[in-house]
Ligand binder design. Structure first.
Ligand code: GLV
Ligand code: MN
Ligand code: MN
Length: 400
């Protein structure tokens, strides 16, 4: 818990926790984490995407590895457990093994990805996708709000974009991936359980929408002659909410909007906003996205504004491996807790790693189900339980 507090001090914004991918705070957090890993006796590297990898060698040097990981980037004004908990839980488990001089016929690698939230760049999961051998080089040209490309940000962080291909692990190098994460929902708390096992992760599609009307004087342009981009965007926001409300299994969110030129006495000339659409069913998600697209096109046509829509991120719904679900459930049961299976509404690096190897996720109860919020909280006791479960899981883990 002290380490989670220490990591939370690495922030890009004073007074709150905001640690965006490849930012100065990401760099110092990665360095502090790498230091803890070295102290624990791990061999540490920071890969070409900024992922911190700490390897606890096997009794057989060079043996394939079991991965424990999650992410250390955050949303803006974040809580301190989303992502960081999975990295620190993995590290603490391995540290315990090192203290006991306990080795396995496989290595263990603790990985801290830097791009799970997708807040800085329009893309996301780039660091875990690269490890899984699925990096799309086109995303190197994606730019943040300041116009800095991912390529430039990587170089500034000290990474070599030319080395990205070498980050990919082969199937032979990796046995499985386990991600501990706060639940980010109320199910475990309301069931009075410290942990649960994830069955599947919702798929997501993210769009960026640009609405272009005409800027003009707030006092002189008659209301009926305006092409107000913000008024059009406002109608679009409500249409997205109405569509998502009318469908089952669909969540749609407009979380970011920029208004230009953004002045009290100027009719908004253009607006850019994001749409995040999620579902456990990819066909439902795509059908909802189509309905949303049709609806906002009609609003744009009726209001005589121009519209451009682009998809910036897509990740299909991902099932966790039945073998990993069983193995984590058994570890929970062996420690005397009831096992609870539950789906994940949030996205995780496990979605990207599932393309490489079997993945399993352990959810930890969080207070009030709150996340993406500084109020995010877990108990010391639950943190302890999740590390004990990882250790129990490890002792019984049999590479397939
Ligand atoms: C990550 O938290 C996501 O699901 O957007
Ligand atoms: Mn997360
Ligand atoms: Mn998150």
């Amino acid at each position: 818990m002290e380490r989670l507090d220490a990591l939370a001090r690495h922030s890009d914004e004073p007074g709150k926790l905001t640690r965006l991918y490849l930012s100065a705070a990401h760099k110092t957090a990665a360095e502090e984490l790498a230091g803890w890993m070295r102290e624990a006796g791990l061999t540490v590297s920071i890969d070409a995407l900024g992922t911190v990898v700490g390897r606890y060698e096997s009794a057989i040097p060079g043996a394939p590895a079991l991965l424990f990981g999650s992410h250390i980037d955050t949303v803006r004004d974040a809580g301190r457990y989303d992502g960081a908990l999975g990295v620190i839980a993995g590290l603490v488990a391995v540290e315990e093994l090192a203290k006991r001089h306990e080795k396995f016929p496989f290595a263990i690698e603790v990985v801290a990805f830097g791009d799970e939230e997708g807040v800085r760049f329009p893309t996301t999961l780039t660091s875990s996708r690269a490890l899984a051998g699925n990096f799309d080089p086109a995303v190197l040209d994606a730019c943040d709000a300041e116009g800095v490309s991912l390529r430039k940000a990587l170089i500034a962080f000290g990474c070599d974009p030319a080395a990205i291909a070498s980050v990919a692990k082969s199937r032979e190098q990796v046995l499985a991936y386990v991600e501990v994460h706060i639940e980010q929902g109320p199910v475990l708390e309301s069931s009075n359980l410290p942990v649960g096992v994830v069955t599947a992760i919702n798929g997501v599609r993210r769009l960026t929408v640009a609405v272009t009307g005409e800027a003009g004087h707030a006092g002189t342009v008659p209301m009926r002659l305006r092409r107000d981009a913000l008024a059009a965007a406002a109608e679009m926001v409500l249409a997205v909410e109405r569509i998502a409300n009318s469908l089952s299994n669909i969540m749609a969110t407009i979380g970011r909007m920029e208004v230009f030129p953004c002045a009290v006495n100027v009719i908004p000339g253009s607006v850019q906003f994001t749409i995040d659409v999620r579902s456990p069913d990819d066909m439902h998600r795509d059908a909802a996205t189509e309905e949303i697209t049709r609806s906002i096109r009609k609003i744009a046509a009726d209001r005589r504004v121009e519209l451009s829509i682009s998809t910036t991120h897509e990740a299909p719904a991902t099932a966790c491996s039945p073998v990993m679900i069983d193995a984590l459930s058994r570890a929970i049961k062996n420690l005397g807790y009831a096992t609870r299976l539950l789906p994940s509404g949030a996205g995780h690096d496990a979605m990207a790693i599932a393309k490489l190897c079997p993945v399993g996720m352990l959810f930890v109860r969080c207070a009030g189900g709150i996340s993406h919020n500084p109020k995010e909280a877990i108990s010391l006791q639950d943190a302890d339980i999740c590390v004990r479960i990882l250790l129990e899981f490890l002792c019984n883990f049999k590479p397939a």
